[in-house]
Every structure is written in C-alpha cells, then in structure tokens.
Design a protein around this ligand. Structure first.
Ligand code: SF4
Length: 346
C-alpha cells in the first residue's frame, strides 16, 4: 500500500496546494508524516476544512509552538523507570514496544517520541528487562501495550511479547491501544488476531477513532475480526477542533462505534503537544458536547471525558456534573433536559 510521506507526494495527490509545498516541507522535517493512500482517499479535496485532512495532512500551524505546550505533555519520562515502561499508577504499566505508527496524527501527544529517526523500538534485551520489571512487581494487574502503534509489529513479535506477559501470573489484563484498524485494516489478519489472544489473560483492544468517516467498511471488518475472536473492543477518541467538536459529529461517531461493537471508553481532551493549538478546544466545549450527548444518545454511547494532567499526574474525568448541590438534608440533581430535581440526602 502506498504511503504519502513527503510534501511533494501530498502535493501530487492534491492534498497540499503547490504554493504551500515549501512550508509543509518544514513541518515534515520537524514532525513525522505518513498517510496511507486508503486514508487519504477519504479526504474531500474540495473541502478546505475536511475532518480527515485536519487529522493527517500537515499544517503550517504546527510550527507555531505556544509557551504552554510541552515536549512530553503527559509526563511519560518522569514515570519511566526503565526503557519501554511507564509506571504511573500502582496497578498498571504502559509497555511501549515501538515508536513507529502506520499513520502520524497531527495532534499526537507523543509526537516528539514517535516516527522515523526517533529511538527504535524495544530490542529483545530491553523487552526482557521490561518483562523482568513487570514480573518483579506483583501489584501490576494490567499491562497496556502502546507506542507508537503496537500492531505495526509482526504477529511473530507480538506473539513473543504476549507470551512473555502470559507467563506472569499476576498480570491478568493486557490492553492494546492501536490506530491500525483505521490506518491499515488489512493488517488486522487472522494471524495477528490469534497473536493477541493469550491463555488465562483478558485481552482488550482500544481502537483510536476520531471521526465517523474513519469507520469504513474495511475498518469495520477489521474490528469485527477482533470482536468475533472474543476480544472486547474499547474506543479512544481525541476531542479535536474542526473534526469532532460538534454534537452531530460526536453523536454519529459514538453510535458508529457502538454499532461496531466498540464500547466508547475515553474522550481525551487535547493534550498540550507542541504545535497543536489549532486542533485543541477549550474544556467548556467538551463539557457541553458531553451534556448534549447524554441528552440524545444511549448510555452505551457515553465515553468518559478525561484530561491528562501535565507533568504525569494521571487522568482526571472532566465531564459535566449533574449534581447541582449536595447538602446535609438534600441534593439537587439535574436531568438530561437540564431540569433540576430535589433528592433526599439518604
Ligand atoms: S497513532 Fe497514536 S501514537 Fe501514532 S501518531 Fe497517532 S496518536 Fe500518535
């Protein structure tokens, strides 16, 4: 499959006007670019605000770095005791197997760490050391494979990592975060799905999707292969200006996910990644979207709206509260229409 990686290729495909080629070359020199042709084909070239293009086609605004933006916005480094491991919460760790992705998202919170030229993925020795770290800490209940995109690895390498985790008794859950069902659905083969299933552990896959148009027939089929194999699917979505920050777009996306047997899990507030100001919304916008979603869609369609606190302090839910007042004698709770109701304290 052809992948667009340079400003010239983006120009040739009509995704960047020739007059902007040189400016986009500067962006591409700073941040990784990879856009599979199948994803590029979803872009409406006549729409200057196309939501797929906003996510994947580089923009000169990425060179506008704001003082509040951070090289490591969620503080991975501060919680990385050894290569490949981020240990922020007592009962779970991130295991970063690779720094490569199939597509590079323009808002990526790890954009300083992913892409060609960045540190390579875990060597066999580094993976063994990471597994030793997990093995020697019985409090680690869940391991989250992330990156980069772990599903860029061959089934053979994934199987080796999964087998390593399978051999650790206290690890009960393995969660894999990936963009692959959207970025290159045909890569989610029966062999790859088999590699993710390990005896005695629960494997979850969290699929990164931000706009309903990403869920093409092929992407849906890839998700179905995972779900049919008995792997529960979750979603992670990043709230992005001009992509999914309207009630209609969010409603359509969440319904489409549920129809694909993907339970909406997280709606991430945009992280303070460098050069991403043009894609971030404010928190009030996210809260209003969540309120509208609650009012119009099934409970199955409700993700948790979260913010990763800069510095590595973890995620906090930042959705709207429906408890207007909670006092000794009574509470006041708002319904989905905004009407307030009194409720006895106990
Ligand atoms: S797939 Fe994930 S890690 Fe890769 S560029 Fe997109 S957001 Fe970043």
């Amino acid at each position: 499959m052809t992948t667009l990686r340079t400003a010239t290729q983006l120009c040739e495909h009509g995704l960047v006007p020739p007059a902007r080629r040189q400016a986009i070359e500067k962006v591409a020199a700073r941040y990784a670019v990879a856009l599979p042709e199948s994803l590029a084909s979803l872009i409406d070239k006549n729409d200057p605000d196309d939501p797929i293009a906003r996510q994947f086609v580089p923009d000169v605004a990425e060179l506008d770095h704001r003082p509040e933006e951070l090289m490591d916005p969620i503080g991975d480094e501060a919680h990385s005791p050894i290569e490949g491991i981020v240990h922020r919460y007592p009962d779970r760790v991130l295991l970063k197997l690779t720094h490569i992705c199939r597509v590079y998202c323009r808002f990526c919170f790890r954009r300083e760490m992913v892409g060609p030229g960045k540190p390579a993925g875990l060597s066999p020795a580094a993976l063994a050391a990471a597994l030793d770290y997990i093995r020697s800490r019985p409090q680690i209940w869940e391991v989250i494979l992330t990156g980069g995109d772990p599903l860029i690895l061959s089934p053979r390498r994934l199987r080796a990592a999964m087998k390593g985790l399978a051999a650790i008794d206290h690890v009960k859950v393995v969660r894999i975060h990936t963009r692959m069902p959207v970025a290159e659905p045909t890569r989610v083969t029966a062999d790859l799905v088999r590699a993710l299933k390990i005896k005695g552990k629960a494997t979850y896959v969290a699929v990164h999707v931000n706009h309903p148009r990403e869920l093409t027939a092929k992407a849906r089929a890839a998700c179905a292969r995972l779900a049919d194999a008995g792997i529960p699917l979750l979603s992670q979505t990043v709230l992005l200006a001009g992509v999914n920050d309207t009630p209609d777009a969010m409603d359509e996306l969440m319904r489409a996910l549920v129809e694909c047997r993907i339970k909406p899990y997280y709606l991430h507030h945009g992280d303070l990644a460098p050069g991403t100001r043009h894609l971030r919304t404010d928190i009030a916008t996210g809260q209003e979207l969540m309120r509208r979603l609650r009012g119009r869609a099934s409970g199955l369609c409700q993700p948790t709206y979260v913010l990763d606190i800069p510095g590595g302090h973890g995620k906090s839910p930042i959705g709207p509260s429906y408890v207007v007042r909670s006092e000794k004698a009574e509470a006041v709770v708002e319904d989905f229409n905004g009407v307030q109701h009194r409720y006895p304290a106990r």
